[in-house]
Design a binder for this molecule. Structure first.
Ligand SMILES: Cc1ncc(C[n+]2csc(CCOP(=O)(O)OP(=O)(O)O)c2C)c(N)n1
Ligand SMILES: [Mg+2]
Length: 332
């Protein structure tokens, strides 16, 4: 796909310049954050396991660029990108991955539970599909309290075959709740390919069953994602209820750290790497005269420093103490 044809969005519909650059920065931050986290994991400096978001950065970035204070984001087992895109501090996420007391969940959650309620990101839930009814709940709260906030629920293609997914979509639809359901269709649920578990072409077709709009977008094109999410957020804020957005994308790594990827070919992986959202967007910004290459390189160096700072912060932070164990477990 060449950059000219990649995004057919008319120029007047493009987000303002500052936002265009901020989206590049966010995507680059998510990518490099996870690449470094992966290295730290391989060196044994980060415990537990990891589900990397590498390849899918345009989805979280394009959607969350439409959100602000008072809006909520929910994620599942692949949550680093969603948290970074909504504005959770890299230091807080890194410290959480290290299991340190300064982490966004005080070191008790780890990779699959990152989130920070002060930034509108509910700590992630690793049960596939379980965040969907909870998203309906935060959207219902916003509607009842008239906060004007919207909720974005991120999930995978596999999640849309869970019972909870259907219940959550239905209740959100019948009550016109301010929620945007964002399916990141990366073609696989762990080792199971999409075609083995769906008789339909697209998850978005299921929106019809609940009487809400369903849209399919190129999830590797941050501008398409941004514009589609913008319309869905406006619709939700305007009291017109949910939208289901299906973003077609690909996870470039294995499902988790122990995945030999025998269920897909190296050729398929290479073809998707050609569609990597970050170099495409970088080239588009330069081609369209939206950014100088030197300015982007400078921004990239700043991001590297931010990540380095987050690692140093996490390493220097204290471990949780035994006395902390019951804190944050029960409501005071
Ligand atoms: C209810 C439930 N069943 C199974 C699992 C194990 N599991 C974790 S991730 C995953 C695959 C989910 O696929 P998808 O929803 O497409 O998300 P992706 O991993 O592709 O981002 C599975 C089966 C789980 N965490 N929860
Ligand atoms: Mg998937």
């Amino acid at each position: 796909m060449d950059n000219e044809n990649r995004s057919e969005i008319p120029l007047e519909a493009l987000p303002p310049q500052e936002l265009l650059l901020r989206m590049y920065r966010r995507m680059f931050l998510i990518r490099r954050f996870e690449e470094r986290v992966n290295e730290l994991y391989m060196e044994g400096r980060i415990p537990s396991t990891l589900h990397l978001y590498i390849g899918q950065e345009a989805v979280a970035t394009g959607v969350c660029a439409n959100l602000g204070e008072g809006d909520y984001v929910l994620s599942t087992h692949r949550p680093h990108g969603h948290s970074l895109a909504k504005g959770v501090a890299p230091r807080a996420i890194m410290a959480e991955l290290f299991g340190k007391a300064t982490g966004c969940c005080k070191g008790k959650g780890g990779s699959m539970h990152v989130g920070d309620i002060t930034q509108g990101v509910l700590p992630a839930i690793a049960i596939v599909g379980a965040n969907v009814p909870i998203a309906a709940g935060t959207a219902l709260a916003a509607k009842m309290q008239k906060t004007g906030g919207v909720t974005v629920c991120f999930f995978g293609d596999g999640a849309s075959n869970e019972g909870a997914w259907h219940e959550g979509l239905n209740v959100a639809a019948v009550w016109d709740l301010p929620v945007i359901f964002v399916c990141e269709n990366n073609l696989y649920a762990a080792s199971t390919s999409f075609s083995k578990t769906f008789k339909i072409q697209n998850v978005a077709e299921r929106a019809n069953a609940y009487g809400i709009p369903g849209v399919v977008v190129d999830g590797n094109d941050v501008l398409q994602v941004f514009n589609t999410a913008k319309a869905a957020v406006e619709r939700a804020r305007g009291g017109m209820g949910p939208t289901l957005i299906e973003c077609m994308t690909y996870r470039q790594c294995g499902h988790s750290r122990s995945d030999p990827r025998t269920y897909r070919t190296r050729e398929e992986e290479d073809a998707w790497k050609e569609l990597d959202p970050i170099p495409h967007y970088r080239a588009w910004l330069i081609d369209q005269g939206r950014a100088e290459a030197t300015a982007l390189s400078r921004l990239e160096s700043e991001v590297e420093q931010t990540i380095q700072d987050a690692i140093a912060f996490a390493e220097a932070s204290p471990e949780p103490t035994a006395g902390d164990i019951y804190q944050g477990v029960f409501k005071e």
